[in-house]
Design a protein around this ligand. Structure first.
Ligand code: FO1
Length: 318
């Protein structure tokens, strides 16, 4: 544990990129002093089970179980259940492994008993030996819908079934107006010494978290330094469709474009060395720019990026 072990750190995260930085932060921050508030607007019902992809990606990554090839799912998982479903005539468009099914089965059972998603997630994470707190942004259902020339698509239909081939013309978060921030997530934010916005898609991963009014208000009024990491490096998303989405929604596809979305929320934007020339433009938005290597290829990269982020936060606090 490093110099940052006593800080209470809250990270906002979506799926794979967010989970990697959360893992880096967990290498610096003691036990439950790290809280990760996770996007739940990708969640959906599949074969009668509640699937929460971003929560599970963060959970499996922090447990050291994540499939390194995909970033989601469990390493070495088998597909006997999916194969049996296919034999029974089901289209296996969404790849759920056998061990992953166990998570969805238990989550669904506990939710049906009336437990909150926050409580269910805590039980699953504790069973996997994760000391950090994994906190759904809300216990209420919120669903991302993607507007395309084919109509309004459910998020996983756009993302997985249609392989992100459609131009995204707009994004909606269904039921967001009726959703309350989860109390544990709000408490964590209020007690944070440092807040980190992970390099997740700013539109569909960080966007839903910021769309909860109490979260945005808490960030805007927080005295804790807020440091974001750009998920766009050299004009490209490291993973997923964030670059194409920014383009079709009218944003510049660069760290400077990310800065226009996060200005007013984050105090510092961490950008990659290849984007160093964008630093003055980012600083024009009122944010400080911090330049470092942001591509996380292995666990050591995660740990080093987390160290840079935490050091930038501590500096911004003064
Ligand atoms: N992403 C895919 O691209 N294809 C899949 O078949 C797929 C299955 C899957 C199963 C469980 C899970 O937790 C995640 C899964 N993902 C899959 C990833 C996920 O749907 C997306 O990456 C996120 O929703 C975006 O953050």
């Amino acid at each position: 544990m490093s110099d940052f072990g006593s800080l209470r750190v809250v990270a906002l995260a979506g799926g794979v990129g967010g989970a990697k930085l959360a893992d880096g932060l967990a290498q610096h921050v003691a036990g439950d002093r790290l809280s990760v508030i996770v996007n739940t607007a990708d969640d959906f019902w599949h074969h009668g089970l509640r699937v929460c992809p971003d929560l599970d990606t963060v959970m499996y990554t922090l447990a050291g179980l994540a499939n390194p090839a995909t970033g989601w799912g469990i390493a070495g998982d088998t597909t006997a259940t999916l194969d049996a479903l296919t034999r029974l005539g089901q289209d296996p468009w969404f790849l759920v492994g056998d061990q992953d099914f166990a998570t969805h089965i238990l989550r669904t059972e506990w939710l049906r008993q009336g437990q909150s998603l926050t409580a269910v997630t805590a039980k699953l994470a504790s069973a996997l030996g994760i000391p950090a707190r994994i906190l759904p942004m809300t216990d209420d259902p919120v669903a991302t819908k993607v507007r395309t020339s084919e109509g309004l698509l459910d998020f996983q239909d756009y993302f997985v079934a249609r392989r992100q081939q459609d131009d995204v013309l707009g994004v909606e978060f269904a039921d967001i107006d009726d959703a309350h921030v989860a109390p544990a997530a709000l408490n964590a934010l209020r007690q944070a010494d440092v807040i980190v916005i992970c390099p997740s898609n700013p539109i569909v991963s960080i966007g839903p978290i910021l769309a909860l009014p109490k979260i945005r208000e808490s960030l805007e009024t927080s005295t804790a330094p807020i440091v974001a990491v750009s998920p766009i490096v050299g004009g490209k998303a490291l993973k997923g469709p964030a670059d194409r989405m920014l383009a079709t929604l009218g944003y510049e596809v660069s760290a400077a474009g990310v800065a226009t979305i996060l200005a007013g929320v984050a105090r510092v934007l961490v950008i990659d060395r290849v984007d160093e020339a964008l630093a003055p433009r980012i600083e024009e938005t009122g944010m400080r720019a911090r330049v470092t290597d942001t591509v996380m290829r292995d666990r050591r990269d995660r740990e080093q990026l987390a160290e840079t982020v935490l050091a930038a936060a501590v500096r911004a606090r003064r």
